[in-house]
Design a binder for this molecule. Structure first.
Ligand SMILES: Nc1nc2c(ncn2[C@@H]2O[C@H](COP(=O)(O)OP(=O)(O)OP(=O)(O)O)[C@@H](O)[C@H]2O)c(=O)[nH]1
Ligand SMILES: [Mg+2]
Length: 443
């Protein structure tokens, strides 16, 4: 087997993470655990771990001494690959691989490898290829200049180099984008058609491994693939959902992850649009995880969703309730309530809370027979409060003139409850910084 073509498959690796000085230890440990899970999902076997707390080194990401230690470990363990949690520049990848004499990738390349394994349809394969090309494009010049200088054909998997490398990437990106655009138009026509048929579109969203597919299976009585592994689902699946006579379609799709890079969101635009442009979003979180992890993951989901959903109601579904006893559950709900104000507690596995969830979805469905109105964008009137505490401020919607409720600093955001919808608003702050806030509007 050629490990370049077929990543994972038990290949031994060393996992590496640089922690920023003064960053929180618990959070760093959680992110390292995520790296282990990602490596496992890609099929790797970790035989060593290296961490260092320091500011990033321009040449090596870690300090040179630490990379030399890593090189020794590579030699002792005989690994073929080193995986960094941190984003690496082309020069860093080159320098580290020179010292360690093995292949070096970062978390984003690792995610791409997992996606490549999971891509089964023509469209998902195109999306993965697009994400790879978008990852490579900003690095193209650096790769070519390193290869030229060092006469190293083969570095980063390139069979050779030529000046037109960057141009080739751009051409391939344009070609794939236009093919995906056609698919997007088909999706849009399908969405319009389904809405005209009186069908509401409901999407499952949430951090990878939260239990979205298991919940999908329980809600629609299906058998789609659900596994204790990150990014099990890549290709969306849609099925009819019975809501006591009302017609709806439920879609299960790819999960989110911390620092999902914009090029990946762009590449998966047509898939993620299925979530962003639905009528109701079920935001699934694993309530059995430690409260700080639930926080972290919900915040990541909010970051991914809030800019794009333009007011679609979000129902927060706290899944895996069966893993906690009643007292633990109560404490957990108290601990996370500011990120999940009116959650529905369920166990996708044993069915607890499913009737309540269906009732909540039903309550959020648009009135029958009427087209689903898309919420209007929001525009601030006057000055917004400075970043910091939650405050009230004056804000109206563009076309309805409705008053908003509150504005919050990035982090806590309200989930849509009855009669309330939320939207996102970007505001230029003094000094040029951008404050992302979310606004809830009382209808
Ligand atoms: N105990 C318990 N386990 C659950 C529950 N729901 C899901 N799981 C488990 O959690 C793991 C992940 O479930 P999935 O449904 O694949 O999660 P997902 O969100 O679709 O994950 P990705 O597709 O990888 O993003 C599996 O091992 C499930 O069996 C639940 O309610 N209780
Ligand atoms: Mg899934």
């Amino acid at each position: 087997m050629n490990p370049e073509k077929q990543p994972g498959n038990g290949t031994k690796v060393i996992l590496v993470k640089r922690d920023a000085p003064r960053s929180e230890g618990g959070r760093n440990a959680n992110l390292f655990e995520e790296l282990r899970e990602l490596a496992k999902a890609a099929g790797y076997r970790s035989v060593g771990e290296v961490t260092q707390t320091r500011f990033p080194d321009r040449k090596y990401q870690l300090g040179r001494g630490k990379v030399e230690e890593l090189a020794e470990l590579v030699e002792i363990t005989g690994v073929e690959k080193v995986i960094f949690y941190n984003k690496l520049s082309t020069t860093q990848i080159y320098n580290i691989s020179e010292l360690c004499r093995c292949r070096v990738i970062d978390k984003f390349q690792l995610i791409l490898e997992i996606f490549a394994k999971r891509a089964t349809t023509h469209r998902s394969k195109l999306q993965v290829e697009l994400a790879k090309l978008k990852y490579e494009l900003p690095r193209a010049r650096a790769v070519v200049s390193i290869l030229k200088k060092e006469e190293k054909p083969g570095f980063m998997g390139l069979g050779g180099y030529e000046d037109s490398y960057e141009q080739d990437l751009k051409k391939r990106i344009t070609r794939i984008e236009s093919e995906l655009e056609t698919a997007e138009k088909d999706d849009e026509s399908l969405r319009v058609y389904r809405r005209r048929q009186g069908l509401s579109l409901i999407s499952l969203a949430g951090y990878t491994n939260a239990g979205k597919s298991t919940l999908f299976n329980t809600l629609v009585d299906e058998e789609s693939e659900a596994m204790n592994m990150l990014f099990t689902t890549l290709v969306p699946m849609t099925r009819a959902l019975d809501l006591g006579g009302r017609k709806a379609l439920l879609t299960d799709t790819v999960g989110f992850i911390e620092e999902l890079p914009h090029w990946m969101v762009d590449a998966f635009k047509s898939t993620l649009d299925g979530i962003f442009l639905s009528d109701i979003i079920l935001l699934v979180a694993d309530v059995s995880e430690k409260p700080e992890i639930v926080h972290q993951k919900l915040a990541t989901c909010h970051d991914t969703l809030w800019d794009r959903i333009n007011g679609v109601p979000v129902i927060t579904v706290l899944n895996k309730a069966d893993r906690l006893d009643p007292e633990e559950l109560e404490t957990r709900l108290e601990q996370i309530k500011y990120l999940a104000p009116n959650p529905i507690l369920v166990s996708a596995k044993n069915g607890t809370g499913i009737p309540e969830l269906k009732a909540e979805i039903f309550r959020h469905l648009p009135p029958p027979g009427r087209p689903v109105p898309l919420p209007s964008p929001i525009r601030p009137k006057g000055c917004l409060p400075s970043p910091g505490s939650m405050r009230k401020a004056s804000c109206t919607t563009w076309n309805t003139g409705k008053k908003f409720l509150w504005i919050m600093k990035q982090g806590p955001r309200s989930s849509a409850g009855p009669g309330i919808w939320s939207g996102t608003l970007r505001n230029e702050m003094p000094g040029g910084s951008r404050l992302r806030v979310s606004v809830s509007v009382e209808m």
